[in-house]
Design a protein around this ligand. Structure first.
Ligand SMILES: [Zn+2]
Length: 439
């Protein structure tokens, strides 16, 4: 049973909602122009005449929506509207936690369900009131639609993997805590502050993005007596790669549940970002590694550009983001990164394996390579969640570890190229004049 104060609150909330909707509804033509075309001049009269009944009607609409939502297939009384729905107060029966289902319309079929439900609400609203037909039905439909939309946006609850639509089913070793589809950018960005399977992925690369942006701004704004413009340009390539990669990754993980189209678009950008990070990482390493050797430097930089463009082309392939191609994705980027072994060996032979310069640059390079390789392997094998399905749903899943290793590797690389640059600038060993490099 519901207390009268509860009902009053509900009525108030619904009234607030309808007041908010009022503005937008005047600009629109309504739901069904043929059925409610008369709701123009006659509206004012009928609305005034039925004003006394409007509160009851709003309450009816609320009850109808609630009843229909309760009766929904796969949404029993235990599958509730979210607890963090602040717009309306729900009784305990509707407020229980059940992490096995998506409580609100979330799949393509659900979109049709909403429409069917709205029609039912509309019919019920109209039939229950003999006085009003046109205007009331019109208002009722808009209010109910707005109501459901707001409830939907504000109160989504995490889902079990099996309840996700096919296009969101990516890692079946993560059982609970998935976001349902949220076809609104606002809802996706608000989900950053909720706990679900993507929270860790979003925040790791959001913080990494901010950190690299900070380092880049600090580096680029140093006076030129401290860091020369040429150094800034060379390091700039790496900074751009890292910032774009982390930024796209953060955006992808935030918007992946928006819709099939958005998920696909941003996953492509995410992969392009990885290719750009690898390309950007090569630039300063090759520049300082082959500081005095113009020809191999240009050749290697050209090869890196070609491989980078090829990786981007592969990334833009529609099927590339499919779950089954996870090992291929890891393979493509790992091969691209590992292609650096060739110039590294070349460099070591040229410079001497144990020279001071080699030790400075190769040590960090190897550490960076190891971090990337471990990350890529965990990503491809989906370890540790493969070994303990359902135990790493929210924290500690392979993708989060991979994200953290990417940030660690990027910082290790930054440190490595900084040492190389310092060494080159301080003890330039070129016996022949440095040939000009144009970027
Ligand atoms: Zn990611």
């Amino acid at each position: 049973m519901e207390s009268s104060s509860n009902l009053l609150e509900r009525k108030k909330s619904v009234s607030d909602l309808s007041a908010e909707v009022e503005e937008t509804s005047t600009a629109t033509t309504g739901l069904d122009s043929s059925g409610h075309s008369s709701a123009g001049a006659g509206t004012t009269a009928t609305t005034t005449a039925t004003q006394h009944g409007s509160d009851e009607t709003e309450e009816d609409i609320f009850e109808q929506v609630q009843m229909i939502l309760r009766k929904r297939r796969g949404w029993g009384p235990d599958d509730s509207l979210s607890n963090d729905l602040h717009l309306l107060e729900y009784d305990d029966e509707l407020g229980e936690e059940d992490d096995a289902g998506c409580p609100l319309p979330s799949t393509p079929e659900d979109t049709q369900l909403i429409e069917a439900e709205m029609t039912e609400v509309l019919k019920a609203g109209v039939l229950s009131d003999e006085i009003d037909l046109g205007a009331l039905a019109h208002n009722a439909a808009e209010q109910a639609e707005e109501f459901v939309r707001k409830v939907w946006e504000a109160s989504w609850k995490v889902c079990h993997y099996k309840n996700l639509p096919k296009w969101l089913q990516d890692n079946d070793f993560l059982h609970r805590g998935h976001r349902p589809p949220l076809p609104s950018f606002r809802a996706c960005f608000k989900s950053i502050f909720r706990i679900h399977t993507e929270t860790g992925n979003i925040w790791t690369h959001l913080l990494g993005f901010i950190a690299f942006l900070g380092v880049a701004v600090y580096f680029i704004t140093r006076p030129s007596v401290e860091i020369q413009t040429q150094e800034k340009i060379v390091f700039g390539a790496f900074f751009i790669g890292a910032i774009v990669c982390l930024g796209f990754s953060f955006t992808f993980h935030t918007l992946s549940c928006h819709s099939v189209e958005m998920g696909r678009l941003f996953s492509k950008l995410d992969y392009c970002g990885i290719a750009l990070l690898i390309m950007g990482s090569f630039v300063p390493w090759l520049y300082y590694g082959f500081y005095c050797h113009y020809q191999p430097k240009v050749i290697y930089l050209s090869v890196v550009c070609v491989l980078g463009v090829l990786s981007i082309i592969v990334s833009l392939w529609d099927k590339f983001s499919e779950p089954a191609l996870r090992p291929l994705r890891a393979g493509v980027f790992m091969s691209f990164g590992l292609s650096g072994v060739i110039p590294a060996i070349h460099y070591s032979i040229m410079e001497g394996w144990f020279s001071q310069m080699s030790r400075a640059s190769l040590g960090w390079l190897i550490l960076m390579g190891l971090l990337y390789i471990i990350g890529a392997l965990l990503y491809a094998l989906r370890v540790p969640e493969r070994w303990f399905p359902g135990k790493f749903d929210i924290w500690g899943q392979s993708h989060q570890i991979f994200h953290i290793l990417v940030i660690a590797a990027a910082f290790v690389h930054y440190h490595g190229i900084s040492e190389m640059a310092m060494y080159r600038v301080m003890y330039s060993e070129c016996t022949v004049p440095i040939e000009p490099i144009t970027f």
